[in-house]
Design a protein around this ligand. Structure first.
Ligand code: ARG
Length: 591
């Protein structure tokens, strides 16, 4: 049975139905009947006083068409086919409110509640091939706290889209071919360092060397010239430099892999910038042939005259010394993903400071693809704000250095282990560790994902590890609590609850309707590519569950009531488990 929210989504990409109504009325302009089909209940969850779903598209539509909204809404209601599943009501200036019947609620939950069936409720009408370009750190440096955002947000978006049925290609677009190598090679050679012998923390040692090199080129012109020289040699394929570069890449990769393993993140590809080094000529030729780029002081640049800022601000695709850059590589990458992978959508997850780059990239690619009569994939830049410290500035260690991501993750686990031990002093060490990883890493991930990604947020251990409020431990606790309900009753969440009666009381009803909104929350999250919508939903669901559980006894003698309440517990648990899984967060049976 279709979920009404999903049906509404399938017919319209918009929440408020306006484009769908508009289209239909304008195109057919004949009868209202034709779009009553579209009018299965709908678009957004209503304020619960007014029913379960509200169609609120009539208002703006009527206004534009110069019609009376209440009259139009009434006509629509009259034209709606009758249904046992809901009642419908005209409200306010022209809203149409649907209230689902208790039988319908029960049926939906019975069918979609079990975890394996939730997936079918979440499927979108159309599935596409989506590349998610995320994490993408620069090699030769360690991952710092800022990298967590791209990694976690990207992973969660990939999981949600896959759950909805899209085909996902996860690509880690490593920065492994940039100017940092000239500087690093300089330092390695000046210090006569052997890369096979970098001590116990090789990546940290490389980063120190890079810092030294950087200081050297600032104080000494000759060193600067040599660093440039080393880079040119590398890019020209000098075997010695290439060998060093490969070693640096391996060292970096193994340090990244440690982190990905902890975060449970896996990529299909890690085609870094270096992979495209022999593919940049096509970019120059293509853009030149179609007169999209021009020479400017020896460099090759693209202007966008139709754009306010980019009419004057150039997009440099080849530097005056002839070298390719970030922009060239991104154009080559985009072309490769479309040609080799038939990507229909590409999602780039980076810091907000790269907004201009991506805007210019998308404009340039649009013109290039059009000139070559190729289909441009849908391009989305998913950008995020900064993680702040207590002082409201970008987070730093006490001595003013960037916070290493690995240190932060380890501290999260350490703090969570203290929490676990406090609650349960005689747990074996292994189990403390297992729980601490799930709680600590979950807390860090959730703190990041639950904020609107475009905002900066202040990093706070106390807040993210709190057992109350919109936090991972609160949601994990809700899952564990439901496990314990089933344990006490000697039942399983996977049991069948065939004798459940429809929801009657207020708490039963409220929890039921909330469960139905899960696919809607996912839709909302993917529509704006913002996982925090899913977090907010899960938090509201857990809160609703808590008030249900405080008001209704589950262990009652009356079988039908007991079965319904157990069913609600089981479904809440499966939605929480599934939802948290989509955020990359694990749960525990006991906490
Ligand atoms: N390496 C870049 C950085 O650290 C991010 C790359 C993002 N992806 C891309 N296709 N440009 O900022």
């Amino acid at each position: 049975m279709a979920n009404p929210c999903l049906q509404a989504y399938q017919m319209s990409t918009s929440f408020d139905l306006v484009p769908a109504l508009d289209n239909l009325l304008v195109q057919t302009a004949s009868t209202l009947d034709e779009f009553t089909d579209l009018f299965e209940p709908q678009t957004r969850s209503a304020d619960e006083r007014f029913g379960d779903f509200q169609a609120n598209g009539v208002l703006p539509f009527a206004k534009r068409m110069g019609k009376n909204p209440r009259e139009l809404a009434q006509k629509l209601i009259d034209a709606l086919p009758g249904s046992d599943n809901w009642t419908v009501e005209l409200a306010g200036p022209g809203f149409i409110n649907f209230t689902l019947s208790p039988e319908f609620l029960l049926k939906w939950i019975g069918e979609h509640g079990p975890a394996e069936n939730l997936k079918s409720a979440a499927q979108t009408a159309e599935h596409s091939k989506v590349v998610v370009d995320y994490s993408s750190p620069n090699t030769a440096k360690q991952m710092h706290v800022g990298h967590i955002r791209s990694t976690i947000i990207g992973e969660s978006i990939a999981r949600i889209l896959a759950f909805q049925g899209h085909e996902i290609i996860r690509d880690n677009h490593l920065g492994d071919w940039g100017t940092q190598f000239g500087i690093l090679l300089l330092a390695i050679k000046e210090e006569a360092v052997s890369l096979d012998n970098l001590g116990d923390d090789p990546i940290a040692r490389l980063e120190d060397l890079y810092r030294q090199g950087n200081a050297r080129i600032k104080e000494d012109e000759a060193a600067l010239a040599q660093a440039r020289q080393e880079l040119v040699k590398l890019q020209d394929g000098d075997p010695g430099n290439l060998q060093l570069w490969e070693k640096i890449r391996d060292i970096s990769m193994s340090s990244f892999l440690n982190i990905y393993e902890l975060l449970d993140v896996r990529f299909d590809h890690a085609l870094g910038e270096s992979f495209y080094r022999d593919k940049v000529d096509d970019v120059y030729h293509g853009l030149t042939r179609h007169h999209i780029c021009q020479e400017d002081d020896g460099a090759l640049v693209v202007f966008h005259p139709e754009h306010k800022r980019f009419a004057k601000q150039p997009f440099i695709i080849r530097k005056s010394d002839g070298a390719s850059n970030y922009a060239t590589t991104d154009l080559a990458t985009l072309s490769y993903r479309q040609k080799e992978w038939q990507a229909e959508q590409i999602i780039y997850v980076t810091d907000g400071r790269q907004r201009d780059h991506f805007e210019q990239l998308f404009l340039t690619a649009g013109k290039w693809f059009e000139a070559e009569e190729k289909t441009l994939p849908k391009l989305d830049h998913v950008w995020f704000g900064t993680i702040l410290g207590d002082d409201n500035k970008a987070i730093k260690t006490r001595d003013g250095k960037p916070v290493k991501l690995i240190d932060l993750l380890e501290e999260a686990i350490k703090r969570a282990a203290e929490m676990v031990r406090q609650k349960n002093a005689d747990l074996p060490q292994e189990e403390v560790k297992r729980r601490a990883e799930i709680i600590g890493l979950g807390a860090v991930k959730y703190a990041d994902l639950s904020q609107d990604r475009t905002l900066d947020y202040v990093f706070s251990w106390e807040k993210m590890l709190a057992m109350q409020g919109n936090t991972a431990p609160y949601l994990q606790y809700a899952v564990a609590r439901i496990h314990s309900i089933f344990r006490k009753m000697n039942r399983q969440p996977t049991d069948s609850f065939a004798n459940a009666r429809p929801p009657e009381s207020d708490p039963e009803r409220k929890l039921s309707r909330k469960l139905l909104f899960f696919p809607l929350a996912l839709k909302q999250a993917t529509r704006e590519l913002k996982p925090h919508f899913l977090c907010t939903y899960l938090y509201e669901l857990a809160t609703e569950f808590s008030s249900f559980y405080n008001q209704e006894k589950v262990m009652v003698d009356e079988e039908e009531a007991r079965e319904l309440r157990l069913l609600l517990c089981a479904s809440t648990q499966s939605v929480l488990l599934t939802g948290l899984g989509l955020l990359g967060i694990e749960t525990l049976e006991e906490m």
